[in-house]
Design a protein around this ligand. Structure first.
Ligand code: FES
Ligand code: FES
Length: 175
């Protein structure tokens, strides 16, 4: 699509995959993914806060990478696989969410979905992150209450669970 068409907001059909479902959505190409998720698809687990890419409350996965959905426009999502926090829990609470629950990382509900999505992107890509890599992966997620202790413990537990899950998978492959 040309930049002129994008600027003029020419309606078009966004075709993409959201939480494993195929979607065709009529919208303007400049509609933000956050608006599509929350206002059109009612996937309200993704939170709207700063709306300018500063807080991470709206974090989703696009083709496995953590992206602020308030900064992603519809035309940039064409053909992509998008996972919101609802998609993380499609098979039930996953190990990252469980770790957040057990370690006090599940806090106000505003910052938590974005934090979990960022941790998922990290651990899907790197199962043994260093502390610096964890800090870097979460650097775009802000807790306005600065309560990072529980979140840090939750991420460390999730790292350990990921290690155990991978070990179990390897063991099953050998049987
Ligand atoms: S609402 Fe998107 S980064 Fe804050
Ligand atoms: S606990 Fe969510 S912003 Fe602080």
């Amino acid at each position: 699509m040309s930049n002129k068409a994008v600027e003029e907001g020419v309606p078009y059909s966004l075709h993409c995959f959201i939480n494993e479902g195929e979607e065709s959505i009529k919208t303007a190409p400049s509609t933000r993914l956050l608006t599509i998720l929350r206002d059109e698809l009612k996937l309200t687990g993704t939170k709207r806060s700063c709306d300018i890419g500063r807080c991470g409350a709206c974090m989703v996965l696009i083709d496995g990478k953590a992206v602020n959905s308030c900064l992603a426009m519809a035309y940039q999502c064409s053909g992509k696989h998008i996972t919101s926090i609802e998609g993380v829990a499609l098979q039930g609470i996953d190990y990252i969410q469980q770790a957040f629950l057990e370690e006090g990382g599940f806090q106000c509900g505003y910052c938590t979905p974005g934090m979990i999505v960022s941790v998922k992107a990290l651990l899907d890509d790197n199962s043994e992150p260093t502390d610096d890599e964890i800090a870097e992966a979460l650097s775009g997620n802000i807790c306005r209450c600065t309560g990072y202790g529980g979140i840090w413990r939750a991420v460390k537990q999730a790292v350990e669970r990921k290690r155990q899950l991978l070990a179990m998978e390897q063991k099953e492959e050998l049987i």
